[in-house]
Write a protein that binds this ligand. Structure first.
Ligand code: ADP
Ligand code: AMP
Length: 213
């Protein structure tokens, strides 16, 4: 099963993608997590990506597409995957479709986690991320057991630089200009499914499970 998660930054794509990955035994692939891991390790790719990420801009398609295609070619992707944060532009979606068509394959579902912009600024300010294992929490809605510490790996949680209010506005603008057109793109292919992302995370997940079967 090959699934794409769509939605504004902070809609809950990562939260739901992790739950889907657990239930359906497919890897959760987040291009944002891959970039953050590269930044943490000081790689050339990380240093290049950081220039864009800190401003709330998209990393150029050439860089992003390559890391994604390399990742989905790995053995653990044989039975599918859930993509979180990719594609974010029409050209990215087209490259992915083409690469899949070459192996007689296609995306099964594009899940749009729908949350209005008004809700997002509050959510992002409360998001806490573990840069070590990629887990995310929310100070009010999904708190860790011990404040500031990751339940999964015990490392320190941080407010991502790009979750600061001054950057979140930019990321929403970028989403509406560059990523939102993907809603029509996948709708035209008949695989778009929209869920109400303002509901409790368990209810959002139940709605997704009823779509995926
Ligand atoms: P995205 O991957 O779309 O950027 P995340 O999954 O990281 O979004 O979620 C953004 C923030 O909102 C996180 O702090 C997360 O814990 C919280 N969150 C996710 N789903 C819900 C929900 N249904 N209700 C309230 N908060 C949520
Ligand atoms: P995310 O963790 O998905 O919120 O992504 C964080 C940041 O990484 C984004 O704001 C972009 O700067 C960059 N990024 C992640 N995925 C992509 C992508 N598919 N295309 C371009 N930039 C991306």
């Amino acid at each position: 099963m090959k699934i794409i998660m769509l939605g504004v930054p902070g809609a809950g794509k990562g939260t739901q993608a992790k739950m889907i990955a657990d239930k359906y035994h497919v890897p959760h692939i987040s291009t944002g997590d891959i970039f953050r891991a590269n930044i943490k390790n000081g790689t050339e790719l990380g240093m290049e990506a950081k220039k864009y990420m800190d401003q709330g801009l998209l990393v150029p398609d050439e860089l992003t597409v390559k890391i994604l295609l390399d990742r989905v070619a790995k053995n653990d992707c044989e039975n599918g995957y859930v993509l979180d944060g990719f594609p974010r532009t029409i050209p990215q979606a087209e490259v992915l479709d083409k690469a899949l068509a070459e192996i007689n394959d296609k995306i099964d579902f594009a899940i749009n986690v729908d949350v209005p912009d008004e809700n997002i600024i509050r959510r992002m300010g409360g998001r806490r991320a573990c840069l070590s294992c990629g887990a995310t929490y929310h100070v009010e809605h999904i708190p860790p057991k011990k404040e500031g510490i990751c339940d999964a790996c015990g490392k320190e949680l941080v407010l991502r630089d790009d979750d600061k209010p001054e950057t979140v506005g930019n990321r929403l603008d970028v989403y509406h200009k560059q990523t939102q057109p993907l809603i029509d793109f996948y709708n035209a292919k008949g695989i778009l499914k929209t869920v109400d992302g303002t509901a409790d995370m368990k209810d959002v997940f139940a709605a997704i499970v009823s779509i995926l079967g």
